[in-house]
Design a protein around this ligand. Structure first.
Ligand code: BES
Ligand code: ZN
Ligand code: ZN
Length: 495
């Protein structure tokens, strides 16, 4: 979808449908010039008892008397309370509503804002419009079921034209990265196996100015990714390890070196500890961490990231064939520690531990963040909307929470209680890959931490809940959400 920007008033905007906004209690739309259109919209709001509550939407047909034929007024709820999130969601709603009535062009007149708020508002609005216009319809052959695709959105706001244009570009870059991650998660698992996903990483990475190296099975053997290779053994599809690198234009000795690590289990059957039918259905989402890392990496050039950033994707399928790894196996790892397999369904940590240890040793990062759809337990703790954040590093925790808030994602800190470490003790090996039933998200995080030096600023984001959406919202249809991308991009932007 093409984004254009403008400073024109709502009455002058030309589109199939034009949207404006109202706060709770407003009797007229915000940021619309006094005049015939504003008066008519206000009268319609009154007639419809439209109150500007969050999520409310009013549609009005102007019969061709203004630049646009149809108008939407969208409620933003209380002024000053989560305004940007409301605006992002409101613009997504407008885009979805426009497509639902077969409109191809949308105009958005944003509420008035001052100074830096203009930039944040335009950015949020553009993100929202893209999110609302997102469809995954590649496999629909019935023309009647194919959704209308918005061709363009014209975003109008007060403020400097250059600032608005720049903010819109940032919003589009962010949305493209989120939607790339969504597409990858939505792709069916037999099409997007590790080989296919590595190919996408190469094309998308290079398009975004990254260098990309893909390691095949033989190279993984040479590197010593023994734990990841054990997981991969049960599948016919070859495992791939992808290393993406972003280098900023200007580098000094002070330039940060960040490593992002993503769990890329393109399908998680559970392995020999096979998942039940209900638990397996959504398991094409188990590469959501790797998709988020790839998505975020593709935004770095456009968002002007000043850090050097490495993205590592561990791509495997957790399947069952005659060679599959077994409960009771003892695995070697890149780090050197041995791991007893208590459960083949706790495969994510076996993939991640090799990548984390490799990154710490070879790349010497100043900070490291991993993203993984790691545990059902994290969903039990936080529900489906929030990412669990685990770290022993207060400054990193603060920065990531701030970034999540700025980006409009829910991230919530969870503890890494040292007392639970003894659950990971094994008789025959150094560690076992499962703990007790309770606090499973914590023991998973603790397990990962055992493969990293304690002094390395590292955070683990468990995105098992928000990576995949089973109840559509305006911003995300069913399926992949791109969870984690916005948090990471905002965090790196803030450096
Ligand atoms: N991929 C799953 C975690 C998951 C669950 C992601 C639901 C998204 C939605 C992971 O590999 C897994 O199966 N974890 C087990 C761990 C257990 C065996 C210790 C779990 O959470 O049950
Ligand atoms: Zn699993
Ligand atoms: Zn998994």
């Amino acid at each position: 979808m093409k984004i254009r920007t403008s400073g024109m008033d709502l009455a002058e905007l030309k589109a199939d449908v034009a949207a404006c906004f109202a706060y709770e209690g407003d009797s007229r739309p915000a940021g619309v010039k006094n005049g015939p259109l504003a008066r008519e919209l206000a009268a319609e709001m009154k007639a419809e008892t439209f109150k500007g509550n969050l999520g409310d939407i009013m549609s009005w047909n102007a019969d061709g008397r203004f630049g646009s034929r149809r108008f939407l007024v969208i409620g933003l709820g209380k002024k000053g309370k989560g305004e940007l999130d409301a605006l992002r969601a409101g613009c997504a709603k407008a885009a979805r509503a426009a497509a639902a009535i077969h409109c191809k062009t949308l105009a958005l007149r944003l509420p008035p804002a001052s100074g830096k708020q203009v930039v944040s508002a335009v950015r949020a609005a553009v993100e929202g419009a893209h999110f609302g216009a997102y469809h995954f319809d590649r496999y629909l052959t019935d023309v009647d079921r194919q959704p209308v695709h918005l061709v363009s959105a014209l975003v109008s706001s007060n403020g400097s034209a250059t600032a608005i244009r720049k903010a819109a570009a940032l919003g589009s870059a962010m949305a493209a990265s989120v939607c790339l991650a969504r597409d990858l998660v939505n792709e069916p698992p037999s099409r997007l196996n590790p080989v296919a996903m590595a190919k996408v990483a190469v094309t998308e990475g290079r398009k975004s100015g990254l260098t990309v190296k893909v390691y095949n099975r033989a190279e993984l053997v040479k590197l010593g990714f023994k734990s990841m290779l054990a997981v991969a053994r049960g599948s016919k599809a070859a495992p791939k390890f992808v290393h993406l690198v972003y280098k900023p234009k200007h580098r000094t000795v002070k330039t940060e070196r960040i490593v992002l690590v993503g769990k890329g289990v393109t399908f998680d059957s559970g392995g020999l500890n096979l998942k039940p039918a209900g638990g397996m259905l959504a398991m094409k989402c188990d590469m959501g961490g790797a998709a988020a890392v790839l998505g975020a990496m593709t935004a770095l050039r456009d968002t002007g990231c000043k850090a050097e950033v490495h993205g590592l994707l561990g791509l495997v399928e957790n399947m069952v064939n005659g060679d599959a790894y077994k409960p009771g196996d003892i695995l070697d790892t890149y780090h050197g520690k041995t791991v007893e397999v208590g459960n083949t369904d706790a495969e994510g940590r076996l993939v991640m531990c090799d990548l984390l240890a490799y990154a710490a040793k070879k790349l010497k990062p100043t900070a490291m963040v991993d993203l993984a759809t790691l545990t059902g337990a994290c969903m039990v703790a936080l529900g489906v909307l929030a990412t669990g954040l685990f770290t022993r590093h207060a400054a990193l925790e603060k920065a990531l929470l701030q970034a999540a808030g700025d980006g409009g994602e829910k991230v919530w800190p969870l503890p890494m209680f040292e007392e639970y470490l003894d659950q990971l003790q094994s008789g025959p090996a150094d560690l076992i890959n499962i703990g007790q039933r309770w606090g499973g998200a914590i023991t998973a995080a603790l397990f990962l931490g055992e493969f990293l030096p304690r002094d390395l600023p590292w955070a683990h984001l468990d995105i098992a809940g928000p990576a995949f959406c089973e109840k559509a919202t305006a911003e995300t249809p069913l399926g992949g959400t791109g969870a984690g991308v916005r948090t990471i991009v905002r965090w790196l932007e803030g450096m």
